[in-house]
Design a protein around this ligand. Structure first.
Ligand SMILES: [Zn+2]
Length: 415
């Protein structure tokens, strides 16, 4: 099926990563940075050139496009989605992608900063790519495989379907979103306009991985009100909120319950910010677990720890505020198991064994699932994301395109 196909995914990928699309968590606008629209506009035009007539990007930087069904039956509308922005953690300006043809297994020193070295020791997955082409950045920036690999894979799927009308499929929707990296990827999404029944994000790592489970997530802020007095005359009066907040942080368990002591299916409570003055100070946490019910347990344990500290400072008061952030997509997807099993079937047809691992984080897919568009996450091959070491194997991206071509056919056959 693919022997004679000239994949376009790599050529597209190399062009897209050179466009700076970094998002900005401190910006109040949508998209958070205007430059993301440069890529969105380019993608919409490229889709149009392929013959996808309704392709367009909107004022918020979203790209919508439809590949019409080519069969006479009712197949659910399947959307493929990825994000155009790159992470604020690492520069995305002047990305210079380097293709290492036939990677030979030795260390790769990135030319613009020789202290940046990729080795098999550090990235064992490089071993799977010996003899194949891999792509890295040049040392000063991230590569942007997260998620331009997903974008390029979906664009090549479109190219494949347009040039292979014999492949039977239902209506396919293409969606590119801005600002995923700052948690705002669905902020201005028009689900009615999108008109999809199910979706898949292309935002995963190693070939064969399939993610249908994410953390459930809350945020907690504990605010302590002390008692202020002139420090020169504060004896037996002044109660310092900063010190109390410090005591709360120090009272957290040292060997459990934190990101640095947990893995796999274990949840955690993680202080992320302290701010304040002597009179009033606050400490903010992120609370994570795969079971949503556990979040409330963690929150009451955390509250008890804080109250115990406050008990030693009877004149101080505190407030404990919980904010829901996102929920495990499994809670939605378990009611639609075929969405995952069809993907598993497509992986098998592409010759892959399926690796299912829960994501210790969230994705646009978690939010989309709870907005009514059930949405697991599929692999693209991206590695060492959000860093100068970010890299990707060409054969993984091509395998992702192949998998999507199988997937649209599975949907057509089973409905
Ligand atoms: Zn991503």
């Amino acid at each position: 099926m693919f022997e004679s196909y000239k994949f376009t995914v790599t050529e597209k990928f190399l062009r897209y990563v050179q466009i700076d699309t970094q998002s900005n968590p401190d910006s109040p606008t949508h998209p958070s940075t205007d430059k993301q629209k440069t890529l969105s506009n380019l993608l919409a035009n490229e889709l149009k050139t392929m013959g996808i007539t309704d392709a367009h990007s909107d004022e918020y930087g979203y790209v919508y496009a439809t590949i019409p069904s080519n069969v006479n039956k009712n197949v659910p509308t399947v959307c493929f989605c990825s994000h155009v922005d790159t992470a604020p953690d690492c520069s995305g300006t002047n990305v210079k992608p380097i293709v290492h043809n036939g990677y030979n297994g030795s260390d790769i020193v990135l030319p613009d900063d020789s202290t940046q070295v990729l080795s098999i020791n550090k990235y064992p997955y490089l071993k799977n790519h010996i003899g194949h082409d891999i792509i890295t950045a040049s040392g000063n920036t991230l590569l942007g495989a997260d998620d331009k690999a997903g974008v390029a894979v979906i664009m090549d799927l479109a190219n494949y379907l347009i040039t292979h009308p014999e492949i039977k499929h239902g209506t396919i929707k293409i969606l590119f979103t801005p600002d995923e990296e700052i948690g705002a990827g669905t902020a201005k999404l028009d689900l009615i306009k999108l008109g999809a029944d199910v979706a898949y994000t292309l935002d995963g790592g190693e070939v064969g991985t399939l993610e249908d489970e994410t953390f459930s997530a809350d945020g907690v802020t504990i605010t302590v009100n002390g008692v202020i007095a002139h420090p020169g005359y504060g004896k037996n009066k002044l109660v310092n909120a900063i010190k109390i907040v410090g005591e709360i942080a120090a009272a957290l368990p040292a060997n459990e319950w934190s990101p640095e002591t947990t893995e796999k299916r274990e949840g955690f409570v993680h202080p992320v910010q302290i701010e304040g003055i002597a009179e009033k100070a606050s400490i903010s946490f992120i609370i994570r677990d795969f079971e949503t019910a556990k979040l409330a347990e963690y929150e009451s344990r955390l509250k008890a720890i804080a109250e115990k500290v406050l008990a030693n400072h009877p004149k101080a008061t505190m407030t404990f505020e919980v904010k829901e952030q996102y929920r495990n997509m499994k809670e939605v997807l378990q009611h639609h198991p075929h969405i995952t099993t069809y993907a598993e079937e497509a992986y098998k047809r592409a010759g892959l064994s399926v690796v299912k691992e829960p994501i210790r984080g969230g994705t646009d897919g978690s939010r989309l699932s709870f907005m009514g568009l059930p949405c697991p996450n599929l692999f693209t091959g991206m590695q060492a994301i959000h860093s100068k070491h970010e890299w990707i194997g060409v054969k993984d991206m091509e395998k992702a395109v192949e998998t999507l071509v199988h997937l649209v056919q599975v949907w057509e056959e089973r409905n």
